[in-house]
Design a protein around this ligand. Structure first.
Ligand code: EPU
Length: 380
């Protein structure tokens, strides 16, 4: 098992450069196979999920050239196989983007059911509802999501719940459908906008990404592009909260401060200083942390991906904090490790009460999912 040994107690002081957004990259790398021309993508985060996805698209025939650690060139013209399944792809969430991408381009896809962090039920019914509305037959059999269509036709889709994955997936398939598609109650996350910008740079016709109504006019073909992925909002937020937790002074560079507003506002509220620059934010924590309440919500609300980290930080705030998790039903796995380190946290369903303690102590703890790991690192 991979382990980190952390000796805590030092404030984090310095500067850090943020990489490309993981959750944008996973969709963009999938969408890159939707053209037969060559696509170059920069600022790709070099993390397990992106590498698993790149290997999967290579396995079905796409040419993937890694120009450097963060730049890839993809050519999807050699794809002959529409079945994406291996032991690694089954473990990641974003495999579902290959359904939208392959269905859009080839009108068929068979992709392993998505895995991902164990933070709740995580159904894909909205993705399937969207593909069906576009005219595809979709079922789940033998551990695969299978989608076929004679042709895809633009339509009006209302998402019952705001879903980043479903919004992006339907947007991809609809980009190559006949006619106009309207997605209502769409997710507004920065990476939804980034994927729309990427598809538009390949010749798609998508308007309204970043609002809750996205309009897509399908095109017959997409073409070559060169594109650089936006900075990772959650990676940036992770360093901002780690600076606050260690009473540090950190400048987080290569960010879009607008995307970090919910996080900056929370840090200001609990007594940190946050200074915004054009493409950087500086977090200074010199005063005792005050208590607060937070509810996770889709963008522009407080991101669920930051909630485990915020909980780690609030273990040290004075008084009683209340955290409500409204996006995923089981996303408090970090609490167990934090309590082993001396935190005082009580969970009741989707609400957590955090009673501030003076300090945390080293302990052996277990990262049950990605952001749980980040939260425990921050606490350590
Ligand atoms: N949902 C449904 N039906 C669907 C799809 C979603 O009920 O068909 C529900 C989910 O169960 C959840 C809510 O809708 O309660 C929102 O889920 P969403 O679809 O937005 O999440 P996701 O696409 O599964 C992506 C990120 C997550 C991030 C969420 C929310 C990827 C690969 N994953 O997941 O990232 O938490 O959006 O922003 O992009 C992470 O990076 O640690 C991570 C978990």
């Amino acid at each position: 098992m991979e382990q980190y040994v952390i000796k805590g107690g030092n404030p984090l002081v310095g500067e850090v450069e943020i990489g490309g957004a993981k959750n944008a990259a996973l969709a963009i790398l999938s969408a890159a196979v939707m053209t037969d021309e060559t696509v170059t993508i920069e600022n790709v985060p070099n993390v397990r999920d992106t590498n698993v996805l790149l290997n999967a698209i290579e396995e079905i025939g796409a040419r993937v050239e890694r120009l450097d650690a963060h730049t890839v060139r993809i050519n999807g013209s050699f794809i002959r196989d529409f079945n994406v399944d291996n032991e690694f792809i089954r473990k990641i969430r974003a495999s579902y983007y290959l359904i939208g991408a392959l269905l859009g381009k080839y009108k068929r896809a068979e992709v392993a059911l998505p895995g991902g962090c164990n933070i709740g039920g995580r159904p894909i019914d909205l993705h399937m509802k969207g593909f069906r509305a576009l005219g595809a037959d979709v079922d789940i059999k033998y551990g695969l999501v299978r989608a076929y269509a004679e042709k895809l036709t633009g339509t009006h889709i209302y998402l019952d719940k705001v879903s980043v994955g479903a919004t992006i997936n339907i947007m991809m398939a609809a980009s190559m459908a006949e006619g106009k598609t309207i997605i209502e109650n769409a997710a507004k996350e920065p990476h939804v906008v980034d994927v729309a910008n990427f598809l538009n740079s390949m010749g798609a016709n998508i308007r309204g990404a970043g609002t809750d109504v996205i309009r897509i006019v399908g095109v017959e073909k997409l073409h070559a592009t060169e594109y650089s992925i936006i900075p990772d909002q959650i990676e940036a937020g992770t360093f901002m909260l780690a600076a606050a937790a260690t009473k540090g002074d950190v400048t987080v560079k290569n960010v879009i401060p607008k995307h970090l507003e919910a996080i900056s506002a929370k840090l200001l509220e609990i007594g940190c200083e946050v200074e915004e620059f054009d493409d950087a934010v500086r977090v200074v924590a010199s005063k005792p942390l005050r208590h607060t309440q937070v509810t996770t919500l889709p963008y522009p609300g407080f991101p669920t991906d930051m909630q485990p980290l915020l909980m780690a930080l609030l273990t040290l705030a004075k008084g009683h904090c209340m955290i409500s998790e409204t996006v995923f039903e089981a996303r408090f796995s970090q609490a167990e490790g934090l309590c082993r380190m001396g935190a005082d946290i009580r969970i009741a369903g989707r609400r957590a009460s955090v009673f501030g303690v003076e300090r945390l102590f080293g302990a052996e703890v277990f990262a049950k999912d990605l952001r749980c790991g980040a939260a425990l690192l921050c606490a350590a």
